[in-house]
Ligand binder design. Structure first.
Ligand SMILES: [Zn+2]
Length: 112
C-alpha cells in the first residue's frame, strides 16, 4: 500500500521530509557547498564581526548551561566510554585516551 500525504502520520511525514532533504543534499552536495563557500567569502567580514559581537553572549550562555546542568555533566563525565580500540575509559578522560599509545596504534592499524 502506498502511503500518501493524507494517510501518513506526522512522524512518517517528518521522516520522509528528512529523507528527501538528505537525498537532495547528496545530489546537490557540490553545488550547495560551493554556494555556502561563496556566501562565507562574500560575508566574511560580517560573519567575523557577528562572532566577535556574540562571543560574550555565547560565553555567558555556556556558563549558564554548565551551571544548570552541572550534575548531568558530572554524571556523564563519569559514565564509561567504550572506545572502538577496545579500551574502556570515562567520558571525561576520552580525549586523554585518544592520545594514548594503544588508541593511536589502533587507529594506525585500522587505516592500513
Ligand atoms: Zn581508543
Amino acid at each position: 500500500m502506498d502511503t500518501t500525504i493524507e494517510t501518513m502520520t506526522l512522524e512518517e511525514y517528518k521522516a520522509k521530509q528528512k529523507e528527501y532533504k538528505r537525498k537532495y543534499y547528496l545530489k546537490n552536495k557540490e553545488k550547495i557547498q560551493a554556494k555556502n563557500k561563496a556566501y562565507y567569502k562574500k560575508n566574511n567580514e560580517v560573519i567575523k564581526e557577528w562572532r566577535v559581537k556574540n562571543k560574550q553572549k555565547r560565553d555567558e550562555n555556556n556558563v549558564i548551561y554548565r551551571e544548570l546542568h552541572k550534575q548531568k555533566i558530572a554524571l556523564k563525565s563519569k559514565e564509561p566510554y567504550y572506545c572502538d580500540c577496545g579500551s574502556i575509559s570515562t567520558y571525561s578522560s576520552k580525549y586523554a585516551h585518544f592520545k594514548s599509545k594503544k588508541h593511536i596504534d589502533f587507529i594506525k592499524k585500522k587505516k592500513n
